[in-house]
Design a binder for this molecule. Structure first.
Ligand code: CA
Length: 230
C-alpha cells in the first residue's frame, strides 16, 4: 500500500523544512507549495491524501485556498497557522478545514493530528456506511436509534441523540458552533448557540464520568466541539 501523500503549503522555508523532516521520519510522501496558487495546482494534479495549510500566504489567503479546494474536493485540510484568534479558526473551519494547529506546534502533535485524520479517512472511504459506532465505552446503534454507555442504554432526548450522532460521525474533527447549530436546527442565531451549550451540558452529564474533565467531548472555547477518538 502506498504511503499517504501530504501536500505542505507554507511560505516560510524553515517551517516547511521542519514539517517535511517530520513527515520523512514517518516515511510519509510529500509535496510542497510556497504559495496559494501552487498549492491549488498541486492539489488538482496530485490529489494528496491530506493538505497541511498555512493561512498567511504571500499571494492568496489560506481561507480562500480552502474554499477553492472545497469547490471540487473533500480532501482533508489541516490548517497550521500563527493566527490564534478564534475568528480565524472559525473562518477556516467554516470554509471547510478539518482541523487546525496553532503555531508554534509540537512535532508530536502534528503527527497525532495526521494519524487521527488518516484513520477517519479510512473509515469514511469504506464502502459500507457503519451501522454501529463504537468509541471507548460509548456505542451507537444507528439502525435501532439507540446509544449505550458500558452496555447500558442511554436515555437521550431527540436533540441530544442528534448531537451525539453528529459528533460521532465526525469523530476527531472540530465542529464549529455554526456548523452544529445549522445541522441540528437549520439556523445559527445566537439563541441557537446558547441552546447548544445547554444541550451539550446535559449530553455530557449522561456520557462523561466527570463532566469537569470530559473524556469524550472536548470544548474548543469560542470555536466549537470535538469528539475525541479513544
Ligand atoms: Ca506564512
Amino acid at each position: 500500500m502506498n504511503k499517504p501523500l501530504i501536500l505542505v503549503v507554507e511560505d516560510d522555508a524553515a517551517v516547511r523544512n521542519l514539517i517535511t523532516t517530520t513527515l520523512e521520519t514517518q516515511s510519509y510522501r510529500f509535496l510542497t507549495a510556497p504559495n496559494g496558487e501552487t498549492a491549488i495546482l498541486e492539489a488538482v494534479s496530485h490529489n494528496p491524501d491530506i493538505v497541511l495549510l498555512d493561512l498567511g500566504l504571500p499571494d492568496i489567503d489560506g481561507v480562500d485556498v480552502i474554499k477553492k479546494i472545497r469547490s471540487w474536493s473533500a480532501m482533508p485540510i489541516i490548517v497550521i497557522s500563527a493566527r490564534s484568534e478564534d475568528t480565524d479558526k472559525i473562518d477556516a473551519l467554516d470554509a471547510g478545514a478539518d482541523d487546525y494547529l496553532t503555531k508554534p506546534f509540537s512535532v508530536e502533535e502534528l503527527l497525532a493530528r495526521l494519524r487521527v485524520t488518516l484513520r477517519r479517512l479510512g473509515t469514511a472511504t469504506s464502502p459500507v456506511q457503519e451501522s454501529v459506532f463504537e468509541n471507548g465505552a460509548l456505542k451507537i446503534d444507528y439502525a435501532a436509534g439507540c446509544a449505550y454507555m458500558d452496555g447500558e442504554e442511554l436515555h437521550l432526548t431527540p436533540i441530544e441523540y442528534k448531537l451525539f450522532c453528529l459528533l460521532a460521525r465526525n469523530v476527531g474533527k472540530v465542529l464549529t458552533h455554526t456548523y452544529i447549530t445549522k445541522e441540528i436546527w437549520g439556523s445559527s442565531w445566537d439563541s441557537d448557540v446558547a441552546s447548544l451549550r445547554v444541550f451539550m451540558a446535559s449530553l455530557r452529564k449522561k456520557i462523561e464520568k466527570n463532566s469537569d474533565a470530559p473524556q469524550y467531548i472536548q470544548t474548543h472555547i469560542g470555536v466549537g466541539y470535538r469528539m475525541v477518538k479513544l
